[in-house]
Design a protein around this ligand. Structure first.
Ligand code: S3P
Length: 171
């Protein structure tokens, strides 16, 4: 494959689980930006936010996106805030097909509730936070090559749709 497959979209839209399965099915390597950051820093994303702050996290995220986007033929899952940054977007776009997974605030709330791993949603009113961030980020997510509405889809259906989209381009 000449391209990377990059999955973007808000927290809780299924990027990691879908990405892993797409990679398995296509026999490609799966790389998750947040997981690489955690390994580099020897700390969880939550700890990095708490101890060093969001700006520090964004700096390491940018450096990691730059490194990973130089690869070819891999599936990459990118944290929900990364694509907002112009440099990240341009680095990823260079040799990738970018697919955005979309979901409504209610679906996102349902999929992320109870999880304490996402510092940005660890607030008294996560629904309001989700709506606010989605509004700010909507136009950035729309810059993806394709968007998939995952609200009514099972993981397997999203995986199939991603593979269909990618094979259209490669054929
Ligand atoms: C973030 C999304 C998270 C993680 C960090 C910030 C965001 O990744 O990078 O907590 O700004 O939307 P996931 O989208 O994989 O949850």
């Amino acid at each position: 494959m000449r391209h990377n497959i990059v999955l973007v979209g808000f927290m809780g839209t299924g990027k990691s689980v879908v990405g892993k399965r797409v990679a398995e099915k296509l026999g490609l390597k799966f790389l998750e930006i947040d997981e690489i950051i955690e390994k580099k820093e020897g700390a969880s994303i939550k700890e990095i936010f708490e101890k060093k702050g969001e700006l520090y996290f964004r700096r390491i995220e940018k450096e990691t996106v730059k490194e990973v986007s130089q690869k070819i033929g891999v599936v990459i899952s990118v944290g929900g805030g990364a694509i907002i940054d112009e440099e990240n977007f341009n680095n990823l776009k260079r040799n990738s097909v970018i697919i955005c997974l979309e979901a409504s605030p209610d679906t996102i709330l349902e999929r992320t509730k109870g999880l304490r791993t996402r510092p940005l949603l660890n607030v008294p009113d996560p629904k309001q936070k989700i709506e606010g961030l989605l509004k700010k980020r909507a136009s950035y997510y729309k810059r993806a090559d394709y968007c998939i509405d995952t609200n009514r889809l099972m993981t397997g259906q999203v995986v199939t749709r991603v593979i269909e989209l990618v094979s259209q381009i490669s054929s």
